[in-house]
Design a protein around this ligand. Structure first.
Ligand code: NAI
Length: 266
């Protein structure tokens, strides 16, 4: 048998992880909580951000009780003043943040003819304005450190989803935002990628089941039937992908949208 690829360097054993400071928004529960816990397991100090500091307690204690470092920070990601103060506090208490996961999100679903303008604005403010404000504040540290990993949460809904004209526009916007960050910040050692989950079992999808007036269990079973791998996603499925994208080894992956949906995306 002929090997066409040769190892250029000898395998020298396990890779070491530099401990960095990570910020995960919307990390009180769901995908954000799983991601914060995973990044702590990867060896990083983690700032757990959510609307109320008290809501972050469970995630923080899951990290600290396992020997990790974490702090809870209450912040509305759509407020410039609160974002500035939160990022400053993280830098003071944990060190310059060089990993950022823009995960905070809300849904305000409705068909367009019934959607109040407030619900359009609310969704844009959390997803797009929030990701913009957080990234603007954190990239100031990343560019000084000459290192950064940004991961933004998009969604399969970016490609269109009935009842989500606001959310799908925001999640498509996140993809353009991410690609532009990759172009602007690459020369500073900063990568930016988007993770676009399909159906993940969290309070957000529980809310959707409630709106559709079906039990969460039936909703999960129905969704699983449509998904090639035959199950719905768990928050850890997304956290695992984010773990890779925030690692040093992912330094040549930038400006990508990674669909994590249990099957291909049209
Ligand atoms: P979730 O509703 O369980 O958690 C979202 C968290 O964001 C909550 O803790 C909430 O308090 C926080 N949050 C909301 N507004 C905020 C604000 N203004 N400032 C700070 N924190 C705020 O949602 P889930 O399912 O964990 O979703 C996380 C992300 O993944 C969201 O961006 C969502 O759009 C996205 N996503 C979720 C999917 C799913 O099937 N669950 C599918 C595709 C994307």
């Amino acid at each position: 048998m002929q090997f066409i690829y040769a190892l250029e360097a000898p395998v020298t054993g396990t890779t070491t992880t530099t401990q960095r400071t990570a910020i995960v928004t919307g990390a009180a529960r769901g995908i954000g909580a799983a991601t914060a816990i995973r990044l702590a397991r990867d060896g990083h100090a983690v700032a757990v951000l959510d609307l109320e500091e008290a809501w972050c307690a469970e995630t923080v204690s899951a990290i600290t009780s396992a020997g990790g470092r974490a702090i809870a920070v209450g912040v509305d990601v759509s407020s410039p003043e609160q974002v500035e103060a939160a990022v400053e506090r993280v830098a003071m208490e944990l060190g310059a943040p060089t990993l950022l996961v823009n995960n905070a999100g809300i849904i305000r679903d409705n068909l367009i003819f019934k959607m109040p303008v407030e619900d359009w604005d609310a969704v844009m403010n959390v997803h797009l304005r929030g990701a913009f404000l957080m990234t603007k504040a954190v990239q100031a540290h990343m560019t000084v450190e000459k290192y950064g990993r940004i991961v933004n949460l998009s969604s399969t809904s970016a490609q269109g989803n009935r009842g989500q004209v606001n959310y799908s526009a925001a999640k498509a916007g996140i993809q353009g935002f991410t690609k532009t960050l990759a172009i602007e910040l690459g020369r500073f050692g900063v990568t930016a990628n988007a993770v676009a989950p399909g159906f993940i079992a969290t309070d957000m999808t529980r809310q959707t089941a409630k709106r559709m007036n079906i039990s969460f269990e039936d909703f999960l079973a129905g969704a699983a039937e449509q998904i090639p791998v035959g199950r719905v996603g768990q928050p850890e499925d997304i956290a695992n992908t984010i773990s890779f994208l925030t690692s040093e080894e992912a330094g040549y992956v930038s400006g990508q949208v990674i669909y994590v949906a249990g099957g291909p995306q049209d």
